[in-house]
Design a protein around this ligand. Structure first.
Ligand code: SF4
Ligand code: SF4
Length: 302
């Protein structure tokens, strides 16, 4: 295995209570092989740094035009020509109003561990730890493996939040090193999965089966998107999870309500959000879907 001591992240977040047990520090890796149409972190998708352009913050000072070595900023409306921009970040550094921001930062294992250990007492008292998500942690398997290993050596509980896509030989070493796996299952039908995420779900389902066979604590998570995967898909997912539960009692399933908090980010990145008119769901609306899972005998997490 290659040793990889640097990786690229787009964010860290302390005091999270939603992605694993207790109070946790979240690490968001940059890069994802999927393009889910509901993705709320579009800045996570591309593996390289890029500029977020929050036009509503712009005060029109023109500094970004002056510093850009690629002449990529339009001097009339300060819009970036992304074909010319190489994400050097100079405009972000000079933008007092924080209209232009660079997303994507190279970090070392040691830097992330230093962030994590600061809250070790909080993890201990709450049953928490660190969760590596993204983006997709499996796009940087060697780095994530090294980080998880470094945390384990300091007795910090580790979890990864993953779509499970990829070759098992890469996936397995990261899964083996994590204490808990939060495994997204987006759609059981292969054609729909391809249509809504851009990739087949074959390797995902195979990896889910192999992960469950390892006996590890796995929480499957279904982002429920109205009109996309909320019908028969919930029953199919429940049947799949129920089957895995028979070999591993630590397998559970959780439903996540659709939200559109990431909608504006698409504009800031110069991309289109395809679910523009879809209303967000309330958690209470998930009740009927949880009932389907319970009737199938699934261990559910609310
Ligand atoms: S530096 Fe920032 S505030 Fe000034 S014109 Fe550029 S984007 Fe707008
Ligand atoms: S990131 Fe660099 S190349 Fe891109 S617009 Fe800003 S200054 Fe120009």
């Amino acid at each position: 295995m290659k040793e990889k001591r640097t990786g690229i992240i787009f964010n860290t977040q302390k005091f999270s209570i939603h992605d694993g047990g207790g109070i946790r520090t979240l690490i968001f890796m940059k890069g994802c092989p999927l393009r889910c149409i509901w993705c709320s972190n579009p800045e996570s998708q591309r593996p390289e740094p890029e500029i977020i352009d929050v036009k509503t913050n712009c005060i029109g000072c023109g500094d970004c035009v002056c510093v850009c070595p690629k002449e990529a900023v339009n001097p009339l409306n300060f819009q970036i020509d992304r074909g010319k921009c190489d994400a050097c970040g100079l405009c972000a550094k000079s933008c007092y109003a924080q209209a232009k921001k660079l997303t994507g930062q190279v970090v070392t294992v040691e830097e992330l561990v230093n962030i994590a250990v600061k809250d070790q007492v909080i993890y201990r008292n709450s049953g928490g730890g660190v969760t590596v998500g993204g983006g997709e942690p499996l796009t940087q398997p060697d780095f994530v493996y090294e980080f998880l290993r470094a945390c384990s050596m300091r007795n910090i509980h580790t979890a990864i939040e993953t779509c499970g896509f990829g070759d098992w030989s890469e996936v397995e070493k990261v899964f083996r090193q994590a204490d808990q796996i939060l495994f997204d299952l987006k759609c059981m039908d292969e054609e729909k999965h391809r249509a809504y995420t851009g990739v087949s779900n074959k390797s995902i389902l195979l990896n889910a089966e192999k992960a469950a066979a390892s006996g590890k604590e796995i929480r499957f998570r279904v982002p429920v998107i109205p009109g996309v995967n909320d019908g028969e898909n919930i029953r199919q997912t429940g049947a799949f999870v129920r089957g895995l539960q028979r070999q591993n009692s630590q397998v559970k399933v959780e439903l996540l309500p659709y939200h559109n908090f990431g909608k504006d980010k698409y504009k800031w990145l110069g991309r289109k959000y395809d679910l523009g008119s879809l209303e967000r769901m309330e958690k209470e609306e998930l009740g009927r879907y949880y009932k389907v899972l319970e009737e199938l005998g699934c261990n559910v997490v609310y």
